[in-house]
Design a protein around this ligand. Structure first.
Ligand code: ARG
Length: 699
């Protein structure tokens, strides 16, 4: 587990290097106890301030990390100092010349208007690796960020709600829900690591006419046994069947109506217009029926009448569903029994699936939990403020009248008085604000619902306080669609994807097969099934994180489960490989901590150290971008540097692997190398956990 860093040791080490105190600045939040790079920042700020007179906060904002280590560990773009008078390139040269921090930083180089800082390898390794070895699971994270006042460690933790996943019971758990689940899970982990007080919320689609459909379907096709065994699948099957029946019923009714129309037209041909004066009247086309035809016609008309009558007498599936839902709304116990059973069983099944994805919800809310009185209250506000209006008995909002013509019009209340998805969202937002007093709430919802989300937020804004106060703290995190490898959208109906559990199982089987191919290794894996599952889920998640959230991607089983390329299994392999090395080398942790990291001199090793030192800054940047790809890009860069270390050759002896723990020339070297690899493993594990992956030790 994570322990706290011994800052005294760090200070002592700095003193050995001839550095007495880490400078501090009242208005610059630096966290040297979390982030080794902040020690360097402090010295850079001090020096640049002394040389140029620029404000420390301005310098801190200007100093940036680099995309590629060959451009330096940190870089100062001089124009960002916003100093008047001197030309930026001249100032850059002046800063580079006067800069003095010999203990930690090489003499900087000016390049046009940039000053590039390269950290001295020995001290950097000695500092950074101590951070990793001591902070372990905590390395890189910064729990000050979620504080009301980040400079005061005892100030209040801010409250964050992330609403995500939110599937609809009985309808399919489609890839949109999967993506929301993966991204939302990441958001929660990110804000947890930043010290926010978070709540994971699932807002189930558990209310509406579909329950009326579902209960009819269950009576006709349902089985208690199947329901208990796999509620999600069974309810979906039942739901699909009853919808098919409903559709068939409607087509049938339509066909009959058309037939009737047709027959009537034949029987009573349209009247011919009166001929204009002076012209010969055109004779209406005459229908000559044989007696037989006439009989047939009469029979058909009779049959039609019977069916039509029947249709009127017997309510359609659709109508029955409406009535059933009305009973639920009115609190009819019998009607609600089904609903409760379906909901409870579905939640149990969801929980199992979520656990596979390292996700647990604090709150299963849902559309059913929104109080009628809160919807009424909102409706009142909308009406009295003149935001909504009557439209043929229904209530609508016309956004054009409120300065947002792009949002069109939307229905707020149906003619029969029942609420809608949007109405429920409005009231639910208010309820959450009352209950949690959140500082921020994020909705992770697919881009197909961008318009819905914009309408819903706009309505809250128009409603004024307290609704507008709440929505000011809300944000919609949107994301692109998942397609199949042919670029088609995936859906149960098309049979391209059955359910989340099925996709997870398919990926798991695939991984299991891959693992079985290496018999020796396979025998050593304690729980091969569980490992295969973990690998499969890593594959799915990493594929999801590989681009920006707004971009869609295609679900490609072959590509994502590959051990080559930037995939989940590759990250897992990198992690497991170090674990295996550690088992073989068996160096006690105390020896790792005491190692002399100055012995890491090969350029591959130095690069890896520099990369590991960046991790706290990468976390900080991820907190800003909130894009999982920020973490992932770093992790792949780092693992590539790691794998170059395995092959690093000694400059003097091209056959010797200079960074091999097994063949290290001394116990000291061995300890320092093992420590370096252990730190890489730790950073990998921390990044993977932040992304929701479970690092495996054997595979
Ligand atoms: N249940 C909805 C669906 O599957 C998503 C809910 C999104 N969240 C919200 N507050 N509207 O389409």
């Amino acid at each position: 587990n994570g322990s706290t860093l011994n800052m005294e040791q760090i200070t002592a080490q700095l003193q050995n290097l001839g550095v007495s105190q880490i400078p501090t600045f009242p208005d610059v939040p630096l966290y040297p106890e979390n982030n080794p790079i902040d020690i360097y920042r402090a010295f850079i700020i001090e020096q640049v301030h002394n040389i140029t007179g620029a404000e420390p906060a301005v310098i801190n904002n200007a100093v940036a990390w680099t995309q590629d280590l060959k451009h330096g560990d940190l870089v100062l773009p001089v124009p960002a100092l916003r100093l008047k008078g001197k030309k930026p390139d001249e100032l850059a040269t002046e800063i580079a010349e006067k800069f003095e921090c010999a203990a930690l930083i090489e003499k900087p180089a000016a390049e046009k208007t940039f000053v590039r800082f390269f950290f001295k390898p020995g001290p950097l390794a000695n500092l950074t690796l101590k951070y990793v070895l001591q902070k372990k699971m905590q390395y890189g994270f910064n729990s000050h960020l979620g504080l009301e006042d980040p400079t005061k460690p005892d100030s209040r933790r801010k409250k964050m709600i992330v609403e995500y996943s939110s599937p609809n019971i009985a309808k399919e758990f489609h890839t949109g829900h999967l993506r929301s689940t993966i991204i939302g899970g990441f958001m929660i982990k990110l804000y947890d690591a930043a010290g926010w007080d978070t709540t994971s919320m699932n807002y189930l689609g558990d209310w509406g006419k579909q329950y009326g459909m579902l209960s009819q379907g269950f009576e006709k096709y349902g089985s208690e046994g199947e329901l208990k065994r796999d509620p999600i699948k069974h309810l979906n099957e039942v739901y699909v069947k009853i919808n098919q029946d409903n559709a068939a019923e409607q087509t049938e009714a339509k066909k009959l109506a058309e037939k009737k129309d047709g027959l009537e037209k034949v029987k009573n041909p349209p009247k011919v217009k009166k001929p204009a004066k002076g012209k010969e009247a055109e004779a209406a086309p005459e229908h000559k029926w044989s007696e037989e035809q006439e009989k047939e016609l009469q029979a058909a008309v009779k049959e039609l009448e019977v069916v039509q009558e029947e249709l009127v007498k017997r309510p359609s599936i659709d109508e029955k569903a409406r009535q059933f839902f009305k009973r639920m709304v009115d609190g009819d116990k019998e009607a609600l029994q089904y609903w409760q059973l379906f909901r409870d069983l579905s939640i149990d099944a969801y929980k199992k699936m979520y656990a596979r994805l390292n996700i647990a919800f604090d709150d299963y809310s849902g559309e059913s939990t929104v109080k009628v009185e809160d919807m009424e209250k909102a409706a009142q506000v909308l009406e009295t403020k003149g935001i909504s209006e009557d439209s043929k008995g229904a209530v609508i909002v016309d956004f054009a009248k409120h300065g947002a013509p792009k949002l069109g019009k939307t229905l707020i209340k149906k003619r029969d008085g029942t609420s809608l998805y949007l109405t429920r969202d409005v009231a639910a937002n208010y309820e959450r604000f009352e209950r949690y007093h959140f500082d921020k709430m994020i909705y992770v919802v697919a881009s197909q619902q961008d318009v819905h989300m914009a309408q819903f937020f706009k309505i809250l804004q128009l409603m004024g306080s307290p609704y507008s106060d709440a929505v000011a703290k809300c944000e919609h995190v949107t994301f692109g669609m998942v397609k199949d490898p042919k670029g088609q959208t995936m859906s149960t109906r098309k049979g391209t994807v059955v359910s989340l559990a099925d996709s997870l199982d398919a990926a798991k089987e695939f991984m299991h097969d891959v693992m079985r191919k290496n018999e020796d290794k396979y025998k050593q894996v304690e729980k091969p099934e569980a490992t295969a599952d973990t690998l499969a889920i890593s594959a799915i998640m990493v594929q999801d994180y590989a681009g920006k959230m707004v971009n869609g991607y295609s679900f490609d089983m072959d590509r994502m489960t590959s051990f080559e390329g930037d995939t989940g299994p590759y990250l897992q392999y990198s992690h497991a490989r170090i674990c295996s090395m550690e088992r073989k080398a068996d160096v006690p942790h105390a020896q790792l901590l005491a190692a002399d990291f100055g012995l890491i001199t090969a350029k591959e090793g130095v690069e890896l150290v520099r990369s590991l030192a960046q991790w706290p800054d990468v976390f900080l940047n991820t907190y800003k971008t909130r894009e999982p790809v920020t973490v992932l890009t770093y992790m792949f860069k780092m693992t590539h540097l790691l794998s170059s270390c395995y092959d690093a050759k000694d400059a003097g002896n091209r056959n010797a692997k200079t960074m091999s723990v097994m063949y290290a020339e001394s116990a000291e070297k061995r300890a320092s190398l093992m420590a370096l690899y252990d730190c890489a493993r730790q950073v990998l594990a921390n990044g993977m956990r932040l992304l929701g992956l479970t690092p495996v030790e054997r595979m």
